[in-house]
Design a protein around this ligand. Structure first.
Ligand code: BG6
Length: 450
């Protein structure tokens, strides 16, 4: 309901020769669950222009298509949003073309904004170079560096959870938290994307961006306000407080069969799995390991944050044997938050067991449709809200953390160990988690001696 369909016009642009109906036909296949009437109405908003990524001719055609629509629609304003789903190597030339040929002509109500997808570079230097190139063409408030994890419901919930609940304020620190895991698992491999993936690997594909953004929201201090700049200031601060990563706190893996993809070189050392411990050097987190773990071709598909609390001092119940309090935020699938608690096992015996305080979104919010991450973030761009987008200095700080490690991997100094597809990943990763303090919970029942 935010935009009326008459106010939206979508133009696809690529090198392929295609008619408007050709593009509509391709899109139709993805529009599921809507009535035929809505689908046709939506498809009528779509046009297509073909052209190369570095020739003025194509972008002039694109501009004409947009301008003709704006004139016929007579809206008096021209709000142009460009979404680049392209290899970053062509970002500079495409942005230059947009800047030269396709900017919104009205300054009063109009705007031009550009959404760019990761990977923003391969390391600190290349990312900085890309940032400077784009920075010469667009102001920071015109550039939207998208990280779709920031559009996920439970990621957006993190700020509210941490700063609107008295319960968590005194607990969220080194005095009470033993360790924090941020985990991403996929139960499928690179599936035909091997050529792309091998250039980047799991750290650049998932950890340096998606998991690190989640880390920021879990670890940062309270922002002065909800203004995008205030939130991003705190993210930069916590990123700058991360210590250099130690080689002995890294496990890399590659699933067996990854190199069967013909586009992957036979001697590839690219990790499809990584577990990396981050240590934050500040008053709140000194000594608390943040274990960032991501892997492809594992036994399940899941993304979650696990905050594990310290053992109870002066414990009279031997709770330790059962497991610690653990607060789990499951980002997907089936969004949920649950707290593992030790309770008296109901019944005549004085026995204890692990149970859960459980808030499953599917149960609690049955009638609410949780928006797709991209749906929300594109709407934010239209509204001009950069709160959930990555600022240039944030990106730089993120690359600063991982670049030395990535260079060592690229130089073959750190090797990926092989793991079976469909497994939990390398056993060395579980050993590392345990070594730095993570304790598996067993729900073990203890009955005290009489
Ligand atoms: C993308 C990665 O950014 O995120 C993919 O490039 C990955 O490799 C995907 O599969 C995961 O997104 P989601 O939302 O399915 O967890």
């Amino acid at each position: 309901g935010f935009l009326q369909s008459g106010e939206v016009h979508i133009v696809g642009y690529a090198r392929t020769n295609l008619s408007d109906d050709g593009l509509r036909g391709r899109i139709r296949a993805y529009l599921k669950g809507a009535s035929e009437e809505h689908v046709s109405e939506f498809l009528q908003l779509i046009k297509y222009v073909s052209g190369s990524y570095d020739s003025g001719e194509g972008f002039e055609k694109l501009n004409k298509e947009i301008s003709d629509y704006e004139m016929s629609n007579n809206s008096g304003s021209s709000r142009r949003l460009f979404y680049l789903a392209l290899p970053p190597s062509v970002y500079p030339s495409v942005c230059k073309m947009i800047r030269t040929y396709c900017m919104s002509p009205t300054s009063r109500f109009g705007w031009t904004r550009v959404i760019v997808e990761k990977p923003f570079g391969r390391d600190l230097d290349s990312a900085e170079e890309l940032s400077s190139q784009l920075g010469e063409l667009f102001e920071e408030d015109q550039l939207y560096r998208i990280d779709h994890y920031l559009g996920k419901e439970l990621v957006q919930n993190l700020l509210v959870l941490r700063f609107a609940n008295r319960l968590f304020l005194p607990l969220w620190n080194r005095d009470n938290v033993d360790n924090i895991q941020i985990v991403f698992r996929e139960d499928f491999g690179t599936d035909g994307r091997g050529g792309y993936f091998d250039q980047y690997g799991i750290i650049r594909d998932i950890i340096q961006n998606h998991l690190l953004q989640v880390f920021c929201l879990v670890a940062m201090e309270k922002p002065v306000s909800l203004k995008p700049e205030h939130i991003r200031d705190e993210k930069v601060k916590v990123l700058q407080s991360v210590n250099p990563i130690k080689d002995e706190e890294v496990v890399l893996g590659q699933y067996q069969g990854y190199k069967d993809d013909p586009t992957v070189p036979d001697d590839s050392n690219t990790p499809t799995f990584a577990s990396i411990v981050l240590r934050v050097h500040n008053e709140r987190w000194e000594g608390v390991p943040f274990i960032l773990k991501a892997g492809k071709a594992l036994n399940s598909r899941k993304a979650e944050i696990r905050v594990q609390f310290k053992d109870v001092p002066g414990d009279i119940f031997k709770c330790k044997k059962q497991g610690r309090n653990e607060f789990v935020i499951r980002l997907q699938p089936s969004e949920a938050m649950y707290m593992k608690l030790t309770v008296k096992k109901p019944g005549l015996e004085m026995a204890t067991e692990q149970s859960e305080l459980d808030l499953s979104y599917g149960m609690r919010y049955q009638d609410v449709k949780i928006p797709e991450a991209y749906e929300r973030l594109i709407l934010d761009t239209i509204r001009g809200d950069q709160q959930h987008f990555v600022r240039r200095d944030e990106l730089k700080a993120a690359w600063q953390i991982f670049t030395p490690l990535l260079h060592d991997i690229d130089a073959g100094k750190l090797k990926a160990v092989s793991y079976k597809p469909g497994s939990r990943g390398p056993k060395e990763a579980d050993e590392l988690s345990e070594k730095v303090g993570y304790m598996q919970t067993h729900g073990y029942i203890w009955i005290p001696p009489t």
